[in-house]
Ligand binder design. Structure first.
Ligand SMILES: [Fe+2]
Length: 198
């Protein structure tokens, strides 16, 4: 499959597996819309992967795939079965999944997949974190780490602001991880808004 064909394939997969799940499905569609806006910060060759990953990031919630009860890994295993290793990595590590894995004793399961830390993962996490549980834009993150309430979409997308925002979560989560290592214990990142099912 050519990379440019990935978004269409991903949308079909998501529609089949998540289309009947109500808010979960509208959330995924909202993440796709956010991803379209933020994709301008990526290299053109990476953009189809962001679009596809946006469709697929929550695929592990699909009842037929929900084996481990940890949707990033359940989804990533499915992506691997389909032969899409890069998408598997993005699904596995999206939105700070490594921290939930630490809390739940699932680090070994997550380690089945190589992390792909970089702008693509940052952009996916940004799109997910700025989309509410029912798909509405949740607003950009505030310095405290909590998204503001619903806000109007900006009419135009500011490229530099997009780069800053897309990297914001990953810098915070990496900093939290570093503090956890220094202090000798896992530290829950403050950047994941608990009221959002990601
Ligand atoms: Fe999500």
């Amino acid at each position: 499959m050519e990379p440019t064909d990935l978004p269409t394939w991903a949308e079909q997969q998501a529609a089949v597996l998540l289309g009947s799940l109500g808010d979960r499905w509208t959330h995924v569609q909202g993440v796709v819309a956010q991803a379209r806006q933020v994709s301008v910060v990526l290299a053109p060759e990476d953009r189809p992967y962001l679009a596809a990953a946006a469709w697929l990031h929550d695929i592990g919630y699909a009842p037929p795939l929900d084996k481990l009860g940890f949707h990033p890994v359940d989804g990533a295993r499915y992506m691997r079965q389909q032969g899409h290793e890069r998408l598997a990595s993005l699904v596995a590590y999206h939105s700070g999944a490594r921290f939930e894995a630490e809390e739940r004793g699932l680090v070994a399961a997550l380690a089945e997949f190589a992390p792909d830390d970089g702008p693509l993962l940052d952009a996916l996490t940004y799109a997910d974190m700025t989309t509410g549980p029912a798909g509405a834009p949740a607003g950009r993150p505030t310095p405290s780490g909590r998204p503001r309430g619903r806000r109007r979409r900006p009419r135009t997308y500011d490229l530099d602001a997009g780069r800053l925002r897309a990297g914001w979560y990953s810098r915070r989560t990496r900093a939290s991880a570093e503090r956890g290592r220094v202090q000798g214990h896992a530290q829950k990142p403050r950047v994941t808004p608990p009221r959002y099912a990601t």
